[in-house]
Design a protein around this ligand. Structure first.
Ligand code: 13P
Ligand code: SF4
Length: 345
């Protein structure tokens, strides 16, 4: 968990068992009809009682649910109000008018939401939903980098704590990293903390990129050999890789982009067969909307994203936990770094 974030100190709530009654079936029939391409009739009795309760609680609390593209199908299709990549979630968080925002994602996303819409109550269903990249660097590390490279602008990936953002000049996401780096109009930048994202950006720009030794524990496991094997077994496959993958994986792919970039590629270009070299749940989420594309499963799960589920979203709304607060010492500077990114996007 980020050193600068204070989550409310409420005891863990025992999840109440909800059952699939005829009333629940009746109340959720419309939702099931809408999500039926993505959720089977066999699965629905397990999901429906929580979906029903979450829908009720969202009304009662005047709440909306923001969900990252890596959330599971039940969350992505049945209860979320806004879905997207990190950039879209940050952009859309600004305009949310509801009183309460539940972040179905990891804690840096909840922090960014709170930064950009500070008057709202922002909840994260499991405060332990972290990120290996955010854990790889501290505010002090960034202050030391600034001393070591005076005058070199510091671009920080949004997958970082508020304190790290506060020490940076500007943030970026996987969807705008090249654009942000080039917007600074300098020959050399520090792009931290993901060394693979930095290497992939360096391959697309003439700006010299210095970086940090952080890695995403999900994407660093993919190898170029896996892509070669995939192409041997599926000669027609189109390979899309997230820029957090090692550069040799991105080189071996047909396209690299943020999670939203990959979704748009599939929706617009309609490849016959596609392999998404990224977190597993995303392919499951978009398969039903792209029935003419065969999805070749070659992916890893993010243990942090997987901590969020229908039950803890339900508990979160019921008990108004876990509330995200930002250390005032870092708040304004961190917000400025994110706002600069949004302005430059
Ligand atoms: P996107 O911004 O591409 O959605 O990526 C976020 C992330 O955590 C990828 O691992
Ligand atoms: Fe962090 Fe990687 Fe999980 Fe994304 S997939 S939240 S970068 S650990």
């Amino acid at each position: 968990m980020s050193a600068t974030t204070v989550f409310s100190d409420t005891p863990v709530i025992e999840t109440e068992e909800l059952s699939y009654t005829p009333e629940v079936a009746k109340r959720t029939a419309g939702i099931f009809k809408r999500v039926a391409p993505a959720i089977s009739a066999e699965e629905w009795p397990d999901f429906a009682p929580y979906v029903d309760e979450i829908v009720r609680l969202k009304k009662e609390r005047n709440a909306v649910i923001l969900a990252h593209n890596y959330q599971t199908r039940d969350i992505y299709h049945c209860v979320s109000d806004i879905v997207g990549d990190s950039l879209a979630l940050a952009q859309k968080a600004v305009d949310v008018e509801a009183d309460v925002i539940v972040m179905a994602g990891v804690h840096f996303m909840a922090e960014t939401t709170k930064l950009m819409n500070p008057t709202k109550t922002v909840l994260i269903p499991d405060p332990e939903a972290g990120c290996s990249l955010a854990d790889s660097i501290t505010g002090e590390d960034v202050r030391n980098l600034r001393k070591k490279y005076p005058g070199v602008p510091i671009v920080t990936y949004v997958n970082t704590s508020v304190e790290v953002k506060a020490e940076s000049d500007i943030c970026c996401t996987s969807g705008n990293a090249v654009k942000i780096v080039e917007s600074l109009g300098v020959d050399r930048v520090l792009l931290i903390p993901d060394r693979f994202l930095a290497a992939n950006v360096a391959a697309e720009t003439n700006v010299e990129i210095l970086t940090w030794a952080g890695e995403c524990e999900v994407h660093e496991r993919f190898t170029a050999q896996q892509v070669t094997q995939l192409r041997k077994e599926h000669p027609d496959v189109t390979v899309l890789a997230h820029p957090e993958c090692p550069p040799e994986v991105v080189e071996a792919a047909d396209y690299s982009g943020s999670t939203a970039g990959m979704i748009n590629f599939v929706t617009d270009r309609k490849p016959k067969e596609v392999a998404l070299i990224t977190e597993c749940s995303m392919g499951d989420n978009i398969a039903s909307q792209n029935p003419d594309t065969t999805f070749i499963r070659s992916c890893n799960l993010c243990p942090h994203m997987q901590r969020i589920n229908l039950m803890n979203i339900c508990d979160s709304l019921k008990t108004m936990t876990h509330e995200v607060t930002i250390n005032p010492e870092h708040e304004d500077r961190a917000r400025l770094a994110v706002q600069r990114m949004l302005d430059a996007s």
